[in-house]
Design a protein around this ligand. Structure first.
Ligand SMILES: [Ca+2]
Ligand SMILES: [Ca+2]
Length: 121
């Protein structure tokens, strides 16, 4: 860690992280005493999410484009024909209410057809 005035800081860059998350603890030793926050046995845990998959709302299958297939996946999920992954669900749940509805599939179709200009509901 780097010291600046009386504060210490460290930087962990995104390319050093993975979606497995991050565990850490901090231990300070002044030559006599050791003080720690968290331990190697009980570290703090940081959840790491891929922002690129979350921000692509409407692109349910995650192929980079919004097509009728994405709307179809929502309908299939509602009917119980398929089970979406967590990331797929987040991209499908356009109004962010935690539930999928046919209105979200319809919104995607309207977006594709140019009837609406945004997927925000
Ligand atoms: Ca797609
Ligand atoms: Ca919803």
């Amino acid at each position: 860690m780097l010291r600046q005035n009386d504060k210490y800081s460290g930087t962990i860059y995104g390319n050093e992280l993975s979606l497995d998350g991050l565990e850490y603890y901090i231990e300070v030793f002044d030559g006599v005493n050791i003080v720690s926050k968290g331990t190697s046995a009980e570290p703090y845990y940081v959840v790491i999410k891929d922002a690129s998959t979350i921000s692509r709302r409407g692109d349910v299958d995650g192929d980079g484009t919004i097509t009728t297939r994405d709307a179809l996946m929502i309908m299939k999920s509602i009917n119980g024909d398929i089970i979406l992954t967590d990331d797929q669900f987040i991209r499908a749940d356009l109004n962010e209410d935690g539930v999928l509805s046919s209105s979200e599939a319809l919104r995607i179709l309207q977006y594709i057809n140019g009837k609406v200009t945004t997927l925000t509901m």
